[in-house]
Design a binder for this molecule. Structure first.
Ligand SMILES: [Ca+2]
Length: 146
């Protein structure tokens, strides 16, 4: 794509979705496995959303609530598929921000090798838990604004 077309595509995404600092979010209502959701974001020029701060996590959770409802759960661009327990983003870099649910003995992530993909839940206030990557969830793609 040339630069102009890329800009136009990004504007369309931002209009259909939500613009926050540095990126645009676009919700996908169809339920998909983690791999399918990720590949579909990439094919649109984005990646599965991965908040980098508490503020961004809040903005993402709010957008998910607005677009997908109070009970929505979405895949995040965070997983520990490569090395168990080492949560990384879609570039393979260690996740710089995480927002796991719970405390004490019920702390997420708790699925070990059976659950390698992170999801964000609106009903838990935007907290994360690990899930089996084959489960089907809604998702949000993010597109970086350059
Ligand atoms: Ca795991």
């Amino acid at each position: 794509m040339n630069l102009l077309k890329e800009k136009q595509a990004l504007q369309t995404v931002c209009l259909r979705g939500k613009k926050i600092h540095g990126k645009c979010f676009l919700a996908e209502t169809r339920l998909k496995s983690y791999h399918t959701a990720s590949e579909d974001c990439i094919s649109q020029g984005g990646t599965l959303s991965a908040p980098l701060s508490g503020l961004e996590n809040e903005q993402l959770a709010q957008y998910v609530r607005e677009s997908l409802g109070d009970e929505a759960r979405v895949w995040l661009g965070i997983n520990d598929m490569l090395t168990e327990g080492a949560w990384s983003d879609m570039t393979g870099a260690a996740a710089s921000f995480m927002n796991w649910e719970g405390s004490g003995s019920s702390l997420q992530p708790d699925g070990g090798a059976a659950e390698n993909c992170a999801e964000l839940s609106v009903s838990s206030g935007g907290k994360w838990s690990d899930e089996n990557c084959r489960k089907e969830r809604a998702s949000v793609c993010e597109f970086k604004i350059v």
